[in-house]
Design a binder for this molecule. Structure first.
Ligand SMILES: NC(=O)c1ccc[n+]([C@@H]2O[C@H](COP(=O)([O-])OP(=O)(O)OC[C@H]3O[C@@H](n4cnc5c(N)ncnc54)[C@H](O)[C@@H]3O)[C@@H](O)[C@H]2O)c1
Length: 303
């Protein structure tokens, strides 16, 4: 198996996972300090195509352009969350490159304890999935907090992870759920980013994105509240909380950072199902639904 990783910051994780899986791995990053195999994509593709899998880990605004370029040269293309800027772009990728399979990475779906989560969801009528950081704004003032490059803030960074858990944990019935509330809010500015735990603050940069986002989805019987924050100033709460009969707390399951085994399982499952249209049609449905929600959809009528 031969794999391509484009963008070698977070992409380093893919490189490590793929090497562990026994793949040959070719890397591209235009920053020489990353010591990738290639500084630009064209030469890497010309030299090493075709690839079994390709992993696009560049800043968000480059996902679509990079996926278009890589698609003719790879059987499967994994585009990092939050995918691309619109569902039309995602549809175009799929229709212009029919032989290629695309997945917006949904690593959280492949956590080892997903069945344990499912049992707790089944026993609850209210599920709260939180990714609340005390103080972890990614690279304040860099592309991460600039809407032009990141396409949005925490609603594009952490919310897709929670939405992928949601679609997985509804037993395929996620389309029965109506969006009752979708709030996005910018609470902080660059001046507030002092001593952040994550990245270097570029004081001359831009901070114009949401840093808290919350969605409530309900099918009338069960309600999910998905809550994300980069900087709560309270405490980290990256966990699922389960309730029954109003607000009676059943239990909580810690999420924490997604383990490497989940990324490995996502890639293994995709390879196993590479010729399974049902698997890829399901991925396309999931990916369109999530991207439509975070990019385009307004609140549905509440029952
Ligand atoms: N699935 C997850 O859990 C997860 C976690 C972190 C980041 N991500 C995603 O990964 C992507 C990258 O995030 P990051 O934290 O690594 O960002 P980053 O800015 O730290 O790294 C991006 C890398 O891409 C390189 N790059 C930029 N333009 C390039 C180009 N044209 N060609 C080749 N290389 C180029 C940069 O030099 C840099 O090394 C984002 O889309 C982010 O949402 C996903």
């Amino acid at each position: 198996m031969k794999s391509l990783v484009v963008g070698l910051s977070f992409g380093q994780l893919y490189k490590d996972v793929l090497l562990k899986m026994g793949h040959e791995v070719i890397t591209v990053d235009n920053d020489p300090s990353k010591q990738a195999d290639f500084l630009e994509l064209t030469t890497a593709l010309a030299t090493h195509s075709p690839f079994d899998t390709a992993h696009i880990c560049v800043p968000n605004h480059l996902h679509y352009k990079t996926a278009q370029k890589v698609a003719p040269c790879a059987n499967m293309v994994f585009v990092e969350k939050p995918g691309v800027e619109s569902t039309n772009h995602w549809r175009l990728l799929n229709s212009l490159h029919k032989p290629t399979k695309f997945m917006m990475t949904k690593n959280n779906m492949f956590r080892e304890n997903i069945n344990e989560m499912q049992q707790s969801v089944d026993a609850s009528d209210l599920v709260q999935i939180n990714w609340i950081n005390k103080n972890r704004i990614p690279g304040p003032g860099t592309w991460f907090t600039n809407k032009k490059y990141a396409l949005g803030g925490v609603s594009k960074d952490l919310l897709p992870h929670l939405l992928s858990l949601f679609v997985q944990l509804t037993n395929g019935k996620y389309k029965d759920y109506k969006v009752q509330k979708f709030d996005k809010n910018q609470r902080w500015s660059l001046n507030d980013c002092v001593g952040t735990e994550y990245g270097v603050v570029n004081k001359d940069g831009v901070y114009d994105v949401d840093d808290e986002a919350e969605i409530t989805l309900s099918n009338g019987e069960k309600t999910f509240i998905l809550k994300t924050m980069w900087k709560s100033n309270m405490h980290d709460d990256v966990a699922m909380h389960f309730y029954k009969d109003g607000d009676s707390h059943l239990e909580s399951i810690e999420l924490g950072l997604c383990p490497e085994s989940a990324y490995e399982q996502m890639i293994r499952s995709s390879i196993v199902h590479k010729d399974d249209d049902a698997f890829w049609n399901k991925q396309l449905d999931y990916d369109l639904w999530i991207q439509e929600l975070i990019n385009e959809r307004s609140i549905d009528t509440v029952h």
